[in-house]
Every structure is written in C-alpha cells, then in structure tokens.
Design a protein around this ligand. Structure first.
Ligand SMILES: Cc1ncc(COP(=O)(O)O)c(C=O)c1O
Length: 396
C-alpha cells in the first residue's frame, strides 16, 4: 500500500555515507540523528509529547506500551477477538492475561462487551483500529475512566488515522504503530509508541534499550534503570521513516477520496449496506466495508468484486490463535503466564466459540482493499462491478 522511491534511496544513501548507523550519537561529528528526528516529527504529527521508534514492529510497540503502564502478572487486559494475534500475545509477553471481547458491526471492540467483561483485575483495554477504521474511542475511554483502567490504542493498521479530528494514538494513555511491509507507511519492519505520560515513556525507553545505564538520556530519568531487552531503531530505519512520514497525508487523502467515491456512489443501492463507521472522516480508507445478512450473500458479493471476508484473514481472528488457545507460551514453563501463581484467579477459559457475535459479523462482512494510486477510471470500473454484483444477487 505504501509508496516508496528515490527520496528514500537518497536519504538512506546519506546515512550510509555518514558512517553512523547506530541511533545514539550525541556529540558524534557527522551523525545525522535520523531516529531522533523521526521521533520528534512523529510525536508532532500524532499530537503527543513523546514518541519512541523501535525495531520489532508494532508488536514491540505494544509490549513497550504495556511495560510503560507497569502491567504484569495478576493483570487482565481486554483485547478484541478481531485483530492480529500480536495484540493479545503482547499482553502475554509482559506476563499478564488477555481477555478476549467481541467486536461490533464497526469491526472494532464492542464497548458493551467491554463493560460486561471488565473486573477489578482489568488493568487496561486495547482498542484496535482495524483496517484503518477507528474504534469507538469515546465510549471505550468513558468506560476506562469509570473503572480506572488504562487504554493502549493499537494503531498498527491505522498509521495517521484520526477520530473526531484528533489523530489515533493520541486519545488513549499510549498508542502503538507498525511500519511493517503491509502498513500504510513502511520501513520493512519497525514500530513506534506515542504517549503524553512521562513515566510511561521512560519505562518504555529503558525497557527497549536493554537497560543501558550509560546512555546520555540516563541522567534525565526519574525512574531507576532496569534490565529490559534490545529493540533500538537504527539510522537507516529513521531515514526511511522520515520520508515515509512526509508521504503519509498524501496517501491518506487519496485513500479517503477513493473510499468516499465508493460510499457516495453506492449509498442508495438497494441490497447493499455499508458497515457502520465510528468516524468516516478519520477512517484511513484502507478498505471499503460492506455488510450482508448471510455469509452466502457476502461470499457471492466478494467473489464478484475481488473483495474478501475478514473471517478468512487467518490469525486476525481469535479462533485461529491456536498457540494462545492451547496456552503454549514462551520457551520455558515457568515463563508461561498461564502458570504464574498470580494469574491463577484470572479468566483463562478460552474456546474457539467464545465470541459468537464476532465470528458472525466477520462472516457477513466484505472488505474491498483500496489502493491510493488507483486512477478514477479504475475506481469507476470497480464501483460498476459492485453495482452489477448487487443487481445479479437481487435478480436471483
Ligand atoms: C492490529 C495489529 N496489531 C499489531 C501488529 C503487529 O505489528 P508488527 O507486525 O509490526 O509487529 C499488527 C501487524 O500486522 C497488526 O495488524
């Protein structure tokens, strides 16, 4: 989906010729500080005080967000049943337990099910802005505030999207972004965490840098250094991401224009229903989403228009999270959170049919993936294919 070209090549070339590929370079002559600059620019774009760029993708960003929140054994974190498995596995990576909740027709976390599933053990909620479509942040933040739990936005599929005019990743206590190969902008892999919370940021910073006490930043920390792991970004990543960031709003505006054409031109077509959207303006436009009364109707429509059903998207559907459902976590039994004494009183009763509404909605939804570089003629042709598919279905 992303656009990439000569500008990225030129900026990477500069980094390689500088000879400084390591992000840390205070006082080093010729160091370009690409990662530092990207972090500053990303925080500005999202509208948060801090951004931390890292290797290890959106998964690492989610883990760092949870570390920053101080989440661990004894804690439950609510995640939706429709998301990439990493949303749930990042919770296990910090020793806590994911509680899987339903999505609603918007394809994002259902606030009503969150309300039902929240308990005194719940420490955080992870709303996921799947396929660039904003979750119902107003309702979810209200519930979170009522119960004193934190919100980590999973923005991995929604780089640059917004909700009510404010960027995703600036609403919750923290936001996690992915720049992997499939995302709106990319550097191959990589991710970023955003937050306004200084302590959360410092914990994430220390954790992602292996607890490196000798860094120049160590003198400014308000928390003691602890041992983490190594997830540092490098200067090549930083250089690519700075160019990608400049391309982002152009990509979003093209995707949104294309999605609007589909929605406007198909809005009144009998037999075709658009999936409800928590914020059509802020939606990234990665897909146009249709909903049907039955799986058979959805499958017929998808096959006619080159679309796809989210139920078929493998590890994005909780019932396919096989290692998690089987509780095979980490390499050593004592590091498996399901064996941790503090987790024994938590809800760990997963079954493939535990979120029936999610499965039903995912079977009746059709996504058409959009591309920002489609010509107007290409869009017209695809809209016509949608019209034809609906007419045929009505005639049957
Ligand atoms: C919703 C969601 N969360 C988390 C991730 C993890 O991101 P990454 O693959 O960059 O680690 C992804 C990646 O596909 C994702 O789609």
């Amino acid at each position: 989906m992303y656009r990439i070209g000569e500008e990225e090549v030129e900026e990477v070339r500069k980094v390689l010729l500088s000879g400084h590929l390591f992000r840390v370079g205070e006082g080093v002559e010729g160091h370009l500080h690409e990662v530092d600059r990207f972090e500053h620019e990303w925080a500005q774009l999202i509208g948060t005080e801090y951004a931390l760029c890292m290797n290890g993708g959106g998964t690492a960003a989610l883990i760092c967000g949870l570390v920053g929140m101080g989440i661990g054994p004894g804690d439950e974190v609510i995640v939706p049943g429709y998301t990439w498995m990493a949303t749930a596995t990042s919770v296990l990576a910090v020793g806590a337990i994911p509680v899987i909740a339903e999505v609603d027709e918007t394809l994002a976390l259902d606030p009503e099910d969150v309300r039902r599933k929240i308990t005194p053990n719940t420490r955080a909620i992870i709303p996921v802005h799947m396929v660039g479509r904003p979750a119902n942040l107003q309702a979810l933040l209200e519930i979170a505030r009522e119960h004193g739990v934190m919100v980590l936005e999973d923005c991995c599929q929604a780089d640059g999207g917004s909700y009510r005019g404010k960027r995703l990743g600036s609403w919750g206590d923290a936001g996690a972004f992915s720049f992997n190969y499939f995302k709106i902008i990319s550097c191959g892999e990589g991710g970023a965490l955003t937050t306004n919370d200084r302590t959360l940021y410092e914990r994430a910073l220390v954790f992602h840098d292996g607890g490196a006490t000798f860094r120049p930043y160590a003198k400014d920390l308000s928390i003691p250094i602890f041992v983490g792991i190594q997830l540092r970004a490098d200067e090549v990543m930083g250089a690519i991401l700075r160019v990608q960031l400049r391309r982002l709003d152009g990509i979003l505006s093209d995707l949104r224009r294309i999605r609007k054409r589909f929605e406007q031109e198909l809005a009144d077509l009998p037999g075709l229903r658009l999936a409800p959207n928590n914020d059509p303006e802020g939606d990234c436009g990665v897909v146009v989403a249709f909903q049907f009364d039955s799986e058979a109707d959805a499958r017929h429509f998808a096959s006619e228009i080159g679309g796809w059903l989210p139920i078929d998207s493998g590890k994005h559907v909780y019932s396919n999270w096989e290692p998690l459902l089987a509780k095979r976590i980490m390499h050593h039994p004592d590091m498996n959170p399901f064996n941790h004494p503090r987790n024994q009183r938590l809800r760990t009763d997963y079954t493939p049919d535990m979120c029936p509404r999610t499965l039903d909605i995912l079977k009746r939804t059709v996504f058409l993936s959009l591309h920002p570089d489609w010509s107007e003629e290409e869009v017209s042709r695809r809209i016509e294919a949608c019209r034809k598919a609906v007419k045929e279905a009505v005639a049957v």
